[in-house]
Design a protein around this ligand. Structure first.
Ligand SMILES: [Mn+2]
Length: 223
């Protein structure tokens, strides 16, 4: 509920003597983009389906004026609502999903069709995402089980576990994920679960799991 408020408090736009210019990239993002805080979605507490509908409408408003929407905060089930807005504008969507969990269970973790463990399955049902354009980066731990990884393989999904991150390096994985996501699509959607980071860096998550990404790997991956 208070996630957006906390994110705003932690990400205040620098004011003098600090610069907007980023030292590592040499870029002033506020000089390159016209940036707007478009406010919170008015969710309906206790009604996930209605809340998702309102999210889809709000994201669609940004897409309608050719903006690039960046959605922050909320349960990971919001990805279904957001991608549904993209699917109203774009026919084929590529996806890079950075997460400890594959989130493709037919009925989520707890038997609810729209919970945070089911959004990839719901997106596949929209018909806007082909398996060859999907990559998952960062899975580890104990959920989901082999039956769902078998389903993912059957869809032509690609995934890189944290062991792969260690062995192949984040650069090579980022390139392959970007190549797959951009192969013959109209738009690319990036979905990032905070639990991909090691709990040592980001403990504020419902599903902390050791052996995650370092902050440095995460920054590199996003760039
Ligand atoms: Mn997760």
């Amino acid at each position: 509920r208070y996630g957006p408020r906390a994110i705003r408090a932690a990400s205040t736009v620098p004011s003098p003597p600090y610069e907007h210019f980023n030292i590592e990239t040499g870029v002033d993002p506020f000089g390159v983009f016209r940036t707007v805080d478009y406010g919170d979605v008015n969710i309906s507490p206790g009604d996930v389906v209605e809340s998702h509908r309102r999210m889809t409408d709000k994201v669609k408003e940004v897409l309608d004026i050719d903006g690039i929407p960046v959605m922050l905060g909320g349960d990971h089930s919001i990805t279904f609502a957001n991608v549904r807005a993209f699917a109203k504008k774009y026919k084929n969507i590529g996806m890079i999903h950075i997460d400890t969990h594959a989130d493709c269970a037919p009925q989520g973790l707890c038997g609810f069709k729209y919970d945070h463990g089911a959004h990839i399955r719901r997106i596949m049902e929209l018909g806007c995402l082909k398996g060859k354009n999907y990559t998952l980066i960062g899975p580890r731990g104990y959920w989901p089980g082999p039956d769902l990884y078998k389903w993912m393989a059957d869809q032509d999904f690609q995934w890189f576990t944290m062991l792969d991150v260690e062995e192949l390096g984040i650069d090579r994985i980022a390139k392959e994920a970007a190549d797959r996501a951009n192969d013959n699509v109209d738009a690319v959607y990036i979905s990032w679960d905070i639990d991909t980071f090691d709990p040592a860096y980001a403990p504020g998550t419902g599903e902390p799991e050791p052996n995650g990404l370092t902050s440095r790997e995460g920054m590199k991956l996003m760039r």
